[in-house]
Design a protein around this ligand. Structure first.
Ligand code: ADP
Ligand code: MG
Length: 265
């Protein structure tokens, strides 16, 4: 085992919101090895996006440190690509242009860029859709294009914030399978946010369960089930029940907090 790829050390994040302080993250420590597929799991409001955005370099922590390859993260950078839930594609560009956009910005020679775009369109089953605009694609196709666009930059780290949250169950499973295939082939380090317990168990090497306000690491588990995982497998279900209890506790804390807020207002 070498040095961790991503190191999160004593990270705190406090937001001031309507005169109140919200401790979104409290004393988060995580060492993420190169090539690990890690899921951040927890109900809405427990700081998953805040942590991912801090690793991305979009919004720095209030205190603590994040390093990638031992270097402090202070801004977005080429080692870290981000895929959001709402496909961040340019509506005025075709699929192929969207996928190639970052390569053009980087000044990659045209022929080389075209070959890369072609390869990625193939990898994500988008070859027949290359000339379409985002508005003429299904949600699943748009997410494929968004993933291809991040892969084009060849970032060793992929940060994914509920990327499949808006998709129907079948499309979601297809994209999960494709992501696992790409991950195995390209050996990326993936930090993937979800509030779906099943999605986390289906995908991850490691699941970090977060607590609601303050957002802390409530449980950090390695998932050792062989892939392709089967949600009908008893071991899958045992883990699902165990994690389900933890997530439910946090969900209840969320509801109680909302009731309390409503009572104060
Ligand atoms: P999650 O992604 O797990 O749903 P977030 O990271 O979006 O959670 O939010 C964590 C907590 O921080 C929530 O309570 C949310 O209301 C609060 N929060 C997030 N962003 C801001 C912000 N820009 N200003 C104030 N509060 C915020
Ligand atoms: Mg979020």
């Amino acid at each position: 085992m070498g040095a961790p790829h991503i190191c999160i050390e004593g990270v705190n994040k406090v937001f001031a919101s309507e005169g109140r302080e919200v401790v979104a993250l409290q004393d988060i420590h995580l060492e993420i090895p190169r090539g690990q597929f890690t899921c951040l799991l927890g109900p809405s409001g427990c700081g998953k996006s805040t942590l991912l955005n801090a690793v991305a370099g979009f919004a720095p922590p209030s205190s603590g440190a994040i390093t990638v390859d031992g270097l402090p993260v202070s801004a977005p950078g080429p080692q870290r690509g981000m895929v959001f839930q709402e496909y961040a594609l340019f509506p005025w560009m075709t699929v192929a242009q969207n996928v190639g956009f970052g390569l053009e910005i980087k000044g990659v020679p045209r022929a080389e860029a075209a070959a890369t775009v072609e390869r990625l369109l193939g990898m994500l089953s988008l070859l027949d859709f290359r000339q379409r605009y985002p508005k003429d694609l299904s949600g699943g196709m748009r997410q494929r294009a968004a993933i291809a666009r991040v892969l084009a930059l060849d970032s060793p780290i992929m940060l994914m914030d509920e990327p499949f949250g808006a998709l129907d169950a079948l499309t979601r499973r297809n994209l999960q399978d494709e992501l696992l295939r790409i991950w195995a082939e390209l050996k990326k380090t993936i930090l993937f946010v979800t509030h779906s317990i099943e999605e986390a168990i289906y995908l991850a090497d490691r699941i970090v369960v977060m607590s609601y306000r303050p957002g802390t690491v409530k449980r950090d588990v390695l998932v050792e089930l062989p892939r392709v995982r089967d949600p009908a497998d008893p071991a899958f279900n045992a883990l699902k029940r165990e994690l389900g209890m933890l997530v439910m506790e946090e969900q209840q804390r969320h509801h109680l907090a909302e009731l309390r807020m409503a009572a104060v207002d």
